[in-house]
Ligand binder design. Structure first.
Ligand code: CTP
Ligand code: CA
Length: 226
């Protein structure tokens, strides 16, 4: 199959990828999460390994398997766990891509016992999680740092704001409202924007094909920087 061809594009590079949602519990039976399937991040990990990289994949709770044995997979559940694992691995990496849909909020209290229903409505107090990507942007040295942005309106405008605010080298903007794009699908439509705000559109394609294009763009931007 076409994905089995080996290539030298990422030979010798250490690539860290995060994928999937995070899951934030409120009690032993209930949690908050989102619609991320992890497919885009897993496609990036498979493709990076295929291109010769040493890949670590930090995955939230997803029902996917990695086929390339050269991918080191670390499973996490919460945003806090993802933050800790990624922060530890970050210093030694060459390319870091945050495709995960990290929860922005988590329940302020997590109960050890199942919450019992009461008469009337329920309010659950939520607190902010750490912005993992923002903190990597502050620590960044040699790493080429790539974010994802999932937007339902004005995707390019909001995406470029994230690129600037989080000190990224590039952002992959995902219009989740577009036909053929977004959550759970095998295809996607993205726009890659680098820090010089050069935009590259990738029309509808499989997530694996999009992953390959993304690494071609990253490789060319890294060459321009060095
Ligand atoms: N991200 C992160 N840690 C968080 C939230 C987001 O690392 N706590 C990363 C995501 O992995 C993604 C990028 O930031 O690469 C953008 O995520 P997104 O949810 O689109 O943007 P936010 O900055 O969270 O803003 P908002 O959800 O309000 O659009
Ligand atoms: Ca968010």
């Amino acid at each position: 199959d076409q994905h089995q061809q080996s290539s030298e594009l990422l030979e010798g590079k250490k690539v860290l990828i995060s994928a999937g949602p995070t899951k934030e519990s409120v009690d032993p039976v209930r949690f908050f999460t989102n619609h991320s399937s992890g497919k885009m991040g897993f496609a990036l990990a498979e493709e990076a390994a295929n291109l010769g990289a040493e890949v670590t994949l930090v995955a939230g709770p997803v029902s996917l398997e990695i086929t390339n044995k050269r991918v080191k997979r670390i499973d996490v559940v919460t945003a806090e766990e993802m933050y800790n694992v990624i922060t530890d691995l970050f210093p030694s990496q060459d390319i870091v891509i945050k495709a995960a849909a990290v929860a922005d909020y988590r329940p302020k209290n997590t109960y050890n016992e199942k919450m019992k229903k009461q008469t009337g409505d329920l309010t659950i107090e939520m607190e902010r999680t750490k912005d993992i990507l923002h903190s990597l942007g502050e620590k960044k040295e040699q790493q080429f740092l790539v974010g994802f942005a999932a937007e339902t309106s004005s995707p390019i405008e909001y995406g470029i704001k994230k690129l600037e605010n989080k000190n990224l080298d590039a952002i992959v903007i995902n219009n989740v409202a577009a036909e053929g794009a977004g959550f759970g699908r095998d295809t996607n439509i993205v726009t890659y924007v680098n820090k010089n705000q050069e935009q590259k559109e990738v029309p509808i394609a499989s997530k694996r094909e999009i992953a390959k294009k993304i690494f071609t763009f990253i490789n060319s931007d890294m060459k321009d920087e060095s």
